[in-house]
Each structure stands twice: as C-alpha cells, then as structure tokens.
Design a protein around this ligand. Structure first.
Ligand SMILES: NC(=O)c1ccc[n+]([C@@H]2O[C@H](COP(=O)([O-])OP(=O)(O)OC[C@H]3O[C@@H](n4cnc5c(N)ncnc54)[C@H](O)[C@@H]3O)[C@@H](O)[C@H]2O)c1
Length: 310
C-alpha cells in the first residue's frame, strides 16, 4: 500500500477548506491547498474560524490549533501544489467538463503513483476519470458538509478504480479520523444521497398533496424515526421489526408513495418564483435573518455535542 504523507487539496471553498482541516488533524500529513480564484489567506482564515469554534468548546487547545494550522499551506500555482503529492482531493465546482480536464492535467503534473480523489456530490467517478490515462488511481471521496464535523466519507469505486486505490483511500481517511464506507458501484448519489433524496421526494410530495405542511413534515421526522436514526439504520430496523412485517407494510404502502422520476412541480415553481429558501428568506417556509442564523448555529452546536460530547 502506498504510504500517504503529502496531500494536495484543489479548490479551497467550503468543502476544500474543511477537508484540508480534517487531514491536518493527523501529524503524519502535510497539506497544500490550491485555488485558482480565492487567495490563500482567505482559505486559511476560514479554517481558523472553524478551529476557533472547536477551541472555544475545549476540543483543541491553543497549541494544538497552532500545530494543526502549521501542517496546512496554500500555493498559487497548481503544479507546485501537487508536484510531490501522494494523494490529491479535488473540491472544485460540480461541473463534469471542469473536473475531467482537471484530472487529466493533474495526471501530467503528479507522480505515477499519486491517488486522485474527487469530492463530487453525485457525478460519475468513471466519467470524471475519462480523460486520464491511468484510471485505476481515480476514486470518489464524498465528504459531507461540514466536512470537519460529519464523520462519514463515501469511498466510491469507479469502473476502473483499483482495489489498492480503494484500500489506500480507506486507510488514509481512517487515519484522518473519518469514518469511510466502501461503495462498490459508481451510481448517481452513491449510497447516502440516494437514501436522503428518496426521503426528500416523499416529504415534498406530502406538502404538495396538502397532507401536511412543511413544518409538520419536519416535526414528524424529528420526533419519530429521526430520533432513532443515529443508532438504528433502516436495515437493522427492518430486521428488528421482522422482514415479514416489513413485507406486509411494503405490499400495502409502496404503491401509494411518490415514485416520480421528475423533480416536483411545486419545487420547480418555488425556484421559478424566486422562493429559494434561506437565500431569499422564503422557500417551503418563511425565514427571518435571525431564524436563519439560529438554524445554522443549532446545527453546528448539535453536531459538536454528538461528535465530541461538548
Ligand atoms: N457544499 C456541499 O454541501 C457539498 C457537499 C459534498 C460535496 N460537495 C462537492 O464538493 C465540490 C466543491 O463544492 P464547494 O461547496 O466546496 O464549492 P465552493 O464553490 O465553495 O468551492 C469551489 C472552489 O473551487 C475553486 N475553483 C474553481 N475552479 C477551480 C480550478 N479549476 N482549480 C482550482 N480551484 C478552482 C473556486 O474558486 C472555489 O473556491 C463540488 O463538487 C460539490 O458538489 C459539496
């Protein structure tokens, strides 16, 4: 297995900065970030804000924070940022052409054994690798936002990704303190987004069909199966209640659930009329600036409590 020490992150936006921070927790890694638009100082400032929050909660000391930051550098030339990298994580915008070109460029700039990981949310790993010569070294690493708090990373095998690339990627993520899962097939949405959006499709359909309003849908989730989810996933739950009961329920209910392969007309209307959610103050519900700030704060504090018990 290739020993990973030098990591390059391409794209220092919301995800790239958080992912660099995660790798920097491990003293064995040094991280170099390249972004073609954002100045290095702004990227480091964003990481400092996250670390200051963790410090204020007593998760890291002053000296630990300084050490973590000392492992991260930024570079304004991509060839220099990746020249010695053992592992490169791509975090540029979700655009297939842009990613394909970047991976082909990276291959010509890096060592022959460097692993190339893409943080695409939903796109095909095989498609992203299509312009590279050695496709066995291209892998999906789907981090969740905020990457410095959410443990899961989906490690996705493209059609030509080698088992060695998968194993090294799983190992490097474990070393950085993440919880990687092995995804065997390169399918849209991988595992977790397929599950998440199956739920969102039904949630929007319930609102659209006037069965309950948006706030009530969220209450129903948060105060019922949502409470169990952190310790009881759907597959264990199906075994707990019995596959026979699950079959009876599915025989009765599945034909009544939303099964459209198109986005909901209600969702489309919201977007067309500028009801964009937090961005515009109104989506499925209305949001004041205070409610928006409170929602984000509550989420971060909840995640810190669950993950760090602080
Ligand atoms: N935002 C999320 O919740 C989330 C979650 C999981 C995965 N992702 C995926 O992560 C990737 C990045 O998303 P983000 O939210 O961090 O986006 P972002 O817009 O915050 O950051 C992208 C960064 O890439 C830089 N960039 C653009 N083109 C570049 C290039 N050719 N070379 C180097 N840098 C370049 C931009 O300047 C920007 O700073 C996307 O593929 C996205 O789908 C996002």
């Amino acid at each position: 297995m290739t020993e990973i020490k030098k990591i390059a992150v391409i794209g220092g936006g919301m995800m790239g900065s958080g992912i660099a921070q995660v790798f920097a927790y491990c003293e064995d890694f040094s991280i170099n970030i390249y972004d073609s638009f954002i100045p290095g100082k702004d990227i480091l400032d964003r990481i400092k804000v996250n670390l200051d929050l963790l410090k204020s909660k007593g998760i890291y000391t002053d000296s630990e924070t300084t050490e973590i930051l000392s492992r991260i550098s930024t570079c304004d030339q991509m060839d220099k940022a990746v020249a010695k990298a053992d592992f490169v994580v791509e975090c540029i915008p979700e655009d297939m052409n842009l990613k394909q070109k970047l991976f082909a460029d990276l291959e010509s700039l890096c060592k022959p054994e460097t692993i190339f990981a893409t943080n695409t949310s939903v796109m095909s790993i095989t498609g992203i690798a299509s312009l590279t010569i050695d496709k066995s070294r291209v892998v999906g690493t789907h981090f969740w936002n905020p990457p410095y708090l959410i443990p899961l990373v989906e490690v996705v095998k493209g059609n030509e990704t080698s088992i060695e690339t998968m194993e090294t990627t799983m190992a490097v993520l474990k070393k950085a303190g993440k919880h990687p899962i092995w995804v065997n097939k390169d399918v849209p949405g991988f595992v977790a987004n397929r599950l998440q959006h199956a739920l969102w499709r039904e949630a929007i359909s319930i609102v659209e069909n006037d069965i309950a309003d948006a706030a009530t849908v969220d209450e129903a989730v948060k105060l019922s199966f949502g409470l169990r989810l952190p310790i009881l996933g759907p597959m264990e739950n199906a075994d707990m209640v019995g596959t026979d009961l699950t079959l009876s329920i599915h025989n009765y209910i599945l034909k009544h659930l939303e099964s459209s392969s198109e986005a909901s007309p209600l969702l489309r209307t919201k977007v067309d009329t500028g009801e964009l959610g937090f961005k515009s103050g109104k989506g499925f519900q209305e949001w004041t600036p205070e409610q928006i700030a409170n929602s984000r704060k509550q989420l971060t504090e909840y995640l810190i409590k669950v993950i760090y018990n602080k």
